[in-house]
Design a protein around this ligand. Sequence first.
Ligand SMILES: [Zn+2]
Ligand SMILES: [Zn+2]
Length: 238
Amino acid sequence: MKLHLLGINGPFPESRGATSGYLLESGESLLQFDLGSGVLANLTALTAPESVSALLVSHWHFDHTADIPVLMYRLQALNRVMKVLGPADPDAAFYRLVSSVPCFDFTEVSPGQTLSVGASRIRVCAARHPVPAVGYTVSDGTVTFGYTGDTNTLPSLTEDYRGCDLLLADGLFDRSAWTEGKPHLSAELAARLAADTGAGALIITHLNPFIPRSLLLQEARAVYPDVQLAEAGAAIEL
Ligand SMILES: [Zn+2]
Ligand SMILES: [Zn+2]
């Protein structure tokens, strides 16, 4: 597997940056996780977006979906259909768009569900966020990748992501800014999750341009040494 970090910010991008979007090469499959602001251009730099096997949406907040309506224009121009997976959220405008426009072949997913795309086995994981949200794990039979989407603490996370070779986790807040009622984990809690699940490696993402990276890294490293902060444009082999 190979993971491309196409957009690593949230809920808004840094200068020349992009919000959530990650491309996973898994065997013959190309799995795109989320498609935030600026991600479609970065995806297009790597591959023709319509060649993606499936778009896996964690939730319908705009920092994860902003480029979906412009992807629609490209698909319509090419008369192509893209498979999309995501949670049901009838209050969300882009959920209503994706579940009604013919260029998207939409499948509603819910936590605990397993499905296949090509030879990749996908499991849908629960998340705790102010709107319906999920995370995903992908296994090719040898290697397992996990993406938490946006979440704060939830007891089931430890089982859901147990044994991932690479865990890509929301860790937006520094310790002093995090509370139990916030919509995201802290970097320190993402590191705690990686330690508790026995993750092979951890990348902390959904980085807020206003929170210093050095502070997040320092707080996470104290708990889980094999941690990196997401770097826009990076590609990681697993
Ligand atoms: Zn977000
Ligand atoms: Zn969100």
